[in-house]
Write a protein that binds this ligand. Structure first.
Ligand code: AMP
Length: 449
């Protein structure tokens, strides 16, 4: 290690040491809070993403991609400067053109920007229904199920104000989790609109300012009381959870229209048999929500707490706020990593739909060439075949086939090549039979039926 100026603190020196050690080591590790997804885990990803795509497409949602990097102002304006996401967790920087940019910490602002920028209000099919699957970045403290790069499935609907839209959007998320065989409950609340909420917030502040209550609040909540009082309701600190017990509830302070809207949403959910629970403390962390807010929760098996797999709500003002025409909108986001964690925890078995049932083994150079062409033909005809052409030894190939769990192994050797035949081995019984190569597809169809 090189000499360093004396005026550095111990912490700075330790940091520099660490950087030097990393630079001189042969392996450069991944960053904190970042993950590799290895093939074994990717099987869960396929399960979740395929299921999500098939369900949301069925309901008429269309996939949309948005950039990973956007103007920082987009998140400051929509997510809100006061939220933790923007104030503490964002990967934001000034790039070489002096632009203030940020890695997307959530997808909704980008999707709204895209909606506005492409004039989607005039698209022939309305309402506009978009879904997004992609990675997001938040510089949070990493822990189980909380990463700095993570993935979400987002579902958004633009241009529909009616309560049936809220119910349908919730239903789709609920159905997705149910089809993944996860026990999930919808927690739901209404946080009113710009007409009724201010009155309620005033009452809430009055409540929290009372001396005995204020005294017990955590330091963050004391600050929130000045900047974002609604957030006091979803603080997880024990003292704040106790303090909120006597707080006024927003559902008792909704204006007539918000109340009617909320009742209708609940009625639709009842009719659709969606299991939900009213949660008067659910406000969601973002500034842009209004009226219906909800979360998809599952029981945390270790701590017995409710754990959010995702959530969402209405954001009727956001499109206009980001430069578009007034457009009612709503949506949800589900965390892919959280869902996968839950699937693993619940020991839900994976059904491998890509599992091969035939293995092609070969012996000798000429047979290898014919096997390669045969393998291509099988692929084109839609058979699920596997191979290991880099291996020459037949025993090693059969062992490999065994590990894959295929039903049949087709063996091509020198003799078969000369005779125009092929050997078919039943992997379970070990029985082998010779067939005319021309009849191989017929025989396969018979045995794989
Ligand atoms: P949010 O966008 O904060 O409402 O989060 C929606 C869902 O995304 C959460 O319920 C989690 O399932 C997931 N999520 C949020 N932040 C993270 C993170 N840092 N790591 C993994 N999943 C996350």
């Amino acid at each position: 290690m090189g000499r360093r100026p004396k005026n550095k603190t111990a912490k700075q020196n330790a940091l520099e040491d660490k950087r030097e050690r990393i630079a001189s080591a042969r392996m450069i590790p991944r960053l904190r809070g970042m993950r590799d997804i290895l093939p074994e885990e990717y099987r869960y990803w396929e399960l979740v993403l395929n299921k999500a795509e098939s369900i949301v497409k069925y309901y008429g949602w269309l996939r949309t991609e948005i950039p990973v990097l956007e103007n920082l102002a987009l998140y400051e304006r929509s997510t809100g400067k006061q939220t933790d996401i923007v104030s503490k967790e964002m990967y934001a920087f000034i790039d070489k053109d002096n632009d203030r940019v940020a890695l997307r910490p959530e997808a909704t602002p980008g999707l709204v920007r895209s909606y506005v920028e492409h004039g989607m209000f005039s698209f022939p099919v309305q309402p506009v229904k978009l879904y997004f699957i992609g990675n997001l970045f938040r510089r949070e403290k990493p822990q189980a199920g909380r990463y700095r790069q993570f993935n979400q499935i987002n579902l958004e609907m633009f241009g529909e104000a009616s309560a049936i839209a809220d119910a349908q959007v919730i239903l789709i998320g609920y159905n997705l989790l149910k089809e993944l065989r996860l026990e999930a409950q919808v927690q739901i609340n209404s946080i009113g609109c710009s007409l009724c909420r201010p009155e309620y917030v005033k009452k809430l502040v009055e409540y929290y300012k009372q001396r005995p209550v204020h005294h017990k609040l955590c330091p963050d909540c004391k600050k929130r009381l000045l900047k974002n009082p609604l957030r006091l309701l979803d603080c997880k600190e024990e003292a704040c959870v106790n303090a909120r017990a006597g707080a006024p509830q927003i559902v008792d302070h909704l204006c007539e229209e918000c109340r009617e809207h909320f009742v209708k949403v609940l009625e639709y959910l009842d009719e659709l048999n969606v299991v939900y629970a009213l949660n008067p403390h659910l406000v969601r962390g973002l500034d842009y929500y209004n009226r219906t807010v909800f979360e998809f929760c599952s029981e945390d098996s270790e701590q017995g707490r409710q754990n959010a797999l995702g959530g969402g709500g209405r954001y009727d003002g956001l499109v206009e706020y980001l430069g578009g025409r007034p457009t009612p909108a709503l949506g949800w986001a589900l965390g892919v990593e959280r869902i996968i964690l839950k699937i693993k925890e619940s020991n839900i078995p994976l059904v491998d739909t890509c599992q091969s049932n035939i293995f092609i083994a070969q012996l000798g150079e000429a047979a290898k060439r014919k096997a390669m062409i045969f393998f291509e033909e099988l692929r084109k005809r839609g058979y699920k075949a596997a191979q290991n052409f880099v291996k020459d030894n037949l025993k090693a190939q059969l062992e490999y086939a065994n590990k894959l769990g295929v039903k049949l192994t087709l063996i091509l050797g020198q003799k078969e090549l000369m005779d125009g035949t092929i050997l078919i081995r039943d992997m379970e019984s070990g029985m082998q039979e010779v067939f005319d190569f021309k009849k191989v597809y017929e025989e396969l169809d018979k045995r794989l039926k």
